[in-house]
Design a protein around this ligand. Structure first.
Ligand code: ADP
Length: 305
């Protein structure tokens, strides 16, 4: 197993940042660790990279135990922390050489890594002249210098503009062909763009662990319907299998059902029985973003059964 986490808890003074967290990541997977700010993502990553000892539980990376074999864990892991620490006054190549020396890595690896991370045109520039996107590339280059089997990337795309975002996602995906990647984000689209699997964490606890295809299958069904006049949302709660109803605009309603069976005929029959006219009726997949919101935000009781 590339990463194995078993019943990890973490207490900062009296604040519980992680509560009995367990998951395994297989070699070659690209896994998104998704959760709102403060959910415990960075804490988990710092534990896996041996920067922080957990209060309870066990974890291993590349089959090395984080507590009994921290040096082997560090050799196995490339880590890009959330606030990518760079020496801004250094030149890109010089900075990579400096890091290579610290970790006793051959000089020839520098050119390889510059090429791999698309830094060739910027290699002779000072880091403070680089855009945020290129600074992230330098951070990734550093994380990759010792050719680790596992990459741990803490919010690698935060603060990038849309073009940089696309480029860094592509780079991570291409690097991920050869390595196990565990990356954190608070944005669902990031996971959809880069990952095979998502582990969702909320308030220090895992609330979902699914591969993306499974996740899409699992999402509830949403039917959007437009009537010819306004109804009380509560009236539509009489429909079978309904979990919530929302008036989205004018006479248009989004109805969520907890079944995979196509509910459009039921909505049609319901309208007919209640002498309602339907102007439009369509079925939609609830997107992953709303699933994430549902799993990580307190439920509102007002319009659910
Ligand atoms: P995330 O990366 O998901 O934003 P963190 O792991 O940074 O979450 O934080 C999880 C919780 O632990 C938060 O409530 C945060 O305030 C708290 N926390 C994180 N680091 C420390 C620390 N060094 N001391 C005290 N509390 C901390």
């Amino acid at each position: 197993m590339s990463i194995s986490v078993s019943n990890i808890s973490m207490l900062y003074d009296h604040q519980k940042a992680l509560n009995n967290v367990s998951f395994d990541i297989k070699e070659g997977e690209i896994v998104g660790f998704l959760g709102p700010n403060g959910a415990g993502k960075s804490t988990m990553m710092k534990i896996l990279t041996t920067y922080l000892p957990p209060s309870e539980g066990k974890a291993s990376v590349n089959d090395f135990d984080i507590q009994s074999d921290p040096t082997q864990v560090q050799k196995s892991v490339g880590y890009l922390p959330e606030h990518n620490p760079l020496y801004l006054d250094m030149y890109v190549r010089e900075y990579l050489l400096f890091n290579a020396k610290v970790y006793k890595i051959k000089k020839s690896r520098i050119e390889e890594i510059i090429k791999l991370t698309g830094l060739t045109p910027e290699a002779n520039k000072k880091i403070n002249q680089l855009s945020k996107g290129y600074r992230q590339r330098v951070g990734l280059a550093c994380a990759l210098l010792h050719d680790p089997k596992v990459l741990i990337l803490d919010e690698p795309t935060t603060g990038l503009d849309p073009n940089q975002l696309v480029e860094i996602r592509e780079l991570i995906k291409s690097v991920g062909k050869e390595k196990t990647v565990f990356l954190s984000t608070h944005i669902m689209q990031e996971v959809e763009a880069m990952c095979d699997r998502v582990i969702i964490i909320n308030k220090g606890e895992i609330v979902a662990d699914k591969n993306l295809n499974e996740m899409i299958d699992q999402t509830d069904q949403m039917v959007e319907v437009e009537f010819d006049y306004r109804l009380e949302e509560a009236f539509l709660l009489k429909l079978p299998n309904v979990t919530s109803v929302k008036n989205v605009s004018g006479f248009c309603y989004q109805i969520i059902f907890d079944t995979k069976k196509d509910m459009r005929p039921a909505v049609f029959d319901f309208a007919h029985d209640n002498e309602l006219k339907i102007l439009q009726l369509s079925r939609k997949n609830k997107d992953l973003e709303s699933l994430f919101i549902e799993l990580t935000q307190p439920k509102k009781d007002s319009n659910t059964k």
